[in-house]
Design a binder for this molecule. Structure first.
Ligand code: B4P
Length: 187
């Protein structure tokens, strides 16, 4: 089973993805975490990604597509996974669709976490105060929200045509949201 968590920055993808992966015993692939680890390790991928991440921009598809390919090819991702943070662009969506189709698989459920913009900003700036993530600055958060609307939100219509998009209210207690997600996907 392949489940995609979609939503604006700060909508709880990382938070819910972790719970869902544990409950369904599926591996979780999180491009944001992989990129942040690469930045910390100072690898060529990290050095390239950092130029974009700190400003709240998407890391270019030219860099991300091979990363996605590599992750989906791993043995642990052959039977299912929770995809957190990708696909985020049309080209990434096409790659995921094509890779799964070649294996006779498909995305089964897409969970769209719905959170009002004021709450997104509040969460990200609250995290900035605690964790000092380099892209949680007010300026970068503004860019991330704009980039989400421009590049990622259009994917909702693309996937909705297949009838696999489930909109879930992403405000309230974390556990309640997780339970609602499981109810919606019937697992
Ligand atoms: P991501 O790591 O994916 O970060 P994000 O979209 O901002 O969501 P995040 O996971 O941080 O927020 P969450 O909702 O979990 O991407 C970061 C950057 O990496 C991107 O800007 C881009 O540069 C790059 N990148 C990653 N993937 C890419 C791709 N495929 N292509 C190109 N570039 C890519 O949590 C936010 C906060 O809310 C947390 O503090 C959490 O504790 C809190 N929270 C969660 N649920 C809550 C609830 N119910 N109530 C209150 N607070 C809650």
């Amino acid at each position: 089973m392949f489940i995609l968590l979609l939503g604006a920055p700060g909508s709880g993808k990382g938070t819910q993805g972790k719970i869902l992966a544990e409950r369904l015993r599926l591996p979780k692939i999180t491009t944001g975490d992989i990129l942040r680890a690469a930045v910390t390790a100072g690898t060529p991928l990290g050095r390239e990604a950092r130029k974009f991440m700190d400003d709240g921009k998407l890391v270019p598809d030219a860099v991300i597509l091979s990363l996605i390919k590599e992750e989906l090819a791993k043995p642990e991702a052959q039977r299912g996974a929770v995809l957190d943070g990708f696909p985020r662009t049309a080209a990434q969506a096409e790659l995921v669709d094509r890779t799964l189709a070649e294996r006779g698989q498909r995305l089964n459920s897409i969970l769209l976490l719905d959170v009002p913009e004021e709450e997104l900003v509040r969460r990200l700036l609250a995290r900035a105060a605690q964790e000092s993530r380099s892209d949680d600055t007010a300026e970068a958060v503004k860019t991330r929200l704009q980039v989400y609307q421009r590049d990622t939100a259009p994917l909702i219509a693309h996937f909705a045509q297949r009838g696999i998009v489930h909109r879930v209210l992403g405000t309230g207690a974390v556990n309640q949201i997780a339970t609602e997600i499981q109810r919606v996907i019937g697992r």
